[in-house]
Design a protein around this ligand. Sequence first.
Ligand SMILES: [Zn+2]
Length: 216
Amino acid sequence: MATVLQFDEINALAQEIYNRTEFLPKERRKKEITDEIEDLLVIAYVFGEDRVLEAVRSVPNFQDRILPEEWENPDLTKEEVAEGLKPDAQSLYDTVYKQIAGKDFAQRIADRIDEETLDLPALQRIAETEYHRCEETGAYDTAKKTEKKTSLWGFKVWNTMLDERVRATHEYLEADEVGLDEHFVTFDGDMARYPGDFSDPENNIGCRCSLSYTFR
Ligand SMILES: [Zn+2]
């Protein structure tokens, strides 16, 4: 499965960054790692956008479903409509630098370098978790924009990796389908609009679930 490969690639990249920066002075190491992870998170967000745009493109003549009042010039090709459904740069930036418990990813990495607790598994876990969060947010933001600018309605299905590492609270959601604005609610009472969006951080760390979107 493509998703498995992806996580392997993220782990390999994190290992490469870790090895290359291990003996650098702290401040330089923070900067190098932050720059590399930032690039990775931008890629993740755009990859999420692309996943949803692919779902939009699978609707026949989706360009005819635009709401004319939402577009400056409603006479558009399929390509132009797909381009217009991408979230703006601010949404991407806000996602990459989202603060969790008062800290963004760069501060989380910097803290661990200062405390000398940044070992390779820790960096890999940070890279995986943040990548996953950005990809799923990019997908969700694109789906939201699609609902705003077209007459299409979005639906989402929760997919786990179907292996023994899937936690029970996420396994509970396997194959659930809800409308775009709805939350997935699991048995511990926590809820999320998409993977990585639970209020309990323990439900987000290390999550590998993903959503598949459809538009009708
Ligand atoms: Zn999960």
